[in-house]
Design a protein around this ligand. Structure first.
Ligand code: AMP
Ligand code: MN
Ligand code: MN
Length: 347
């Protein structure tokens, strides 16, 4: 190899050329400037994302964590689950050495930044730290987020929180390396369903181009997220599909913790089940009831567009997006479905 060629390979990709900057956002430039100012003047920064983190929550948080660390900040990142474990399908996301369990999380952070969480409630055990934080930056894309921070960076039109995380990184003067890009890509492809959902924008594809240019491996990330599972998942899937119900435009099924225990399957392995169920042509809305380890029903719902499932789930104490939302129920399967169906009819 000639020195000339090696020189070119070693050079970091030019990710922020004039023609390839993050798209503009409805967040005012003054708010971004305030965020950069708050971060610049604080040495210890606490990051948090919503409970049962998905790729967007964990990836956005850790991407920003990397950049803050490179600025010399001390970073503590967490999510407020009783059972503090990163789901198997997100173990590939870099930066997990920044994670601390809720018990070791700052009780009164100077500056706290939350990612992908529409409310204090969705921060679980970290809720008290949110209330005590001296400064609180909320970075999110949920339409239901009415701004619980001292500074809100919220864009309900963004397909993922990762889009906003990249905009913050850009304004902090950060550079995209492969680790940061892998974190952001995990968020982007999770929330756009690999660029299949209606939320997919030109900005999402443009961002993907910048991320892939850092040398990350889209094939490996896709396999980790969607194309592998323990054998026991197939057995649980079979049981769930065996009792699936199609009734008046709603297709639904459920998985109990007994189903999972029989296969030694963790709750987090059920994330992809809704994507199998929602393909039903005859249904406008799909729902999967998943019993968690505490015995509560975590309900995933999806719409093809005509019905706003976020509104229906909000009426049941949950939330989410127009086409993808959820809620928690402590009733029986039958009662839970009956209540959901009743609200669907009214919607
Ligand atoms: P999921 O079905 O878990 O993929 O979640 C789909 C969407 O619904 C995500 O945007 C979640 O933030 C939201 N969501 C899911 N469960 C809940 C809940 N219990 N409360 C509020 N929002 C939820
Ligand atoms: Mn999320
Ligand atoms: Mn999200």
């Amino acid at each position: 190899m000639t020195p000339d060629v090696r020189d070119r390979l070693d050079r970091p990709p030019r990710v922020y050329a004039d023609t390839a900057q993050p798209a503009s956002s409805p967040v005012p430039e003054s708010a971004w400037r305030r965020a950069v100012q708050l971060i610049s003047q604080t040495d210890d920064i606490a990051l948090a994302c919503h409970v049962s983190p998905d790729g967007d929550a964990l990836g956005s948080m850790l991407a920003v964590g990397f950049v803050l660390r490179s600025m010399g900040k001390r970073v503590a990142a967490s999510f407020g689950d009783q059972d503090f474990t990163v789901p198997r399908l997100l173990r590939f996301v870099p930066g997990q050495e920044m994670l601390v369990p809720p018990a070791d999380y700052p009780a009164e952070p100077d500056l706290m930044i939350t990612f992908d969480s529409p409310s204090i409630g969705r921060l679980g055990l970290l809720g008290e730290s949110v209330r005590q934080a001296h400064q609180l930056i909320v970075i999110d894309h949920h339409p239901s987020n009415d701004g619980f921070g001292t500074l809100d960076l919220i864009d309900p039109g963004a397909p993922a929180t990762a889009i906003l995380a990249e905009q913050l990184i850009y304004r902090l003067g950060g550079t995209l390396d492969r680790d940061i890009a892998t974190c952001l890509y995990a968020g982007l492809v999770t929330d756009t369903g690999s660029f299949r959902h209606s939320s997919t924008t030109p900005a999402a594809h443009e961002m993907a181009a910048r991320l892939v240019a850092t040398g990350l491996h889209p094939d490996e990330i896709a396999r980790e997220l969607w194309d592998r599972s323990p054998f026991g998942y197939l057995k649980v899937l079979a049981a769930a599909l065996d009792r699936v119900v199609l009734d008046d435009g709603l297709v639904w099924t459920y998985v109990t913790r007994v189903d999972r225990a029989a296969q030694g399957l963790p709750y987090s392995e059920l994330e992809g089940l809704i994507d199998v169920v929602r393909r039903t042509d005859e249904a406008e809305v799909a729902a999967v009831l998943k019993e968690d380890d505490q015995g509560a029903w975590q309900v995933s719902t999806r719409s093809k567009g005509r019905v706003d499932v976020a509104a229906v789930c909000a009426a049941l104490g949950g939330g989410g997006h127009h086409n993808a939302a959820g809620f928690t129920s402590h009733d029986s399967v039958e009662e839970t479905v009956a209540k959901f169906r009743e609200l669907l009819r009214e919607a």
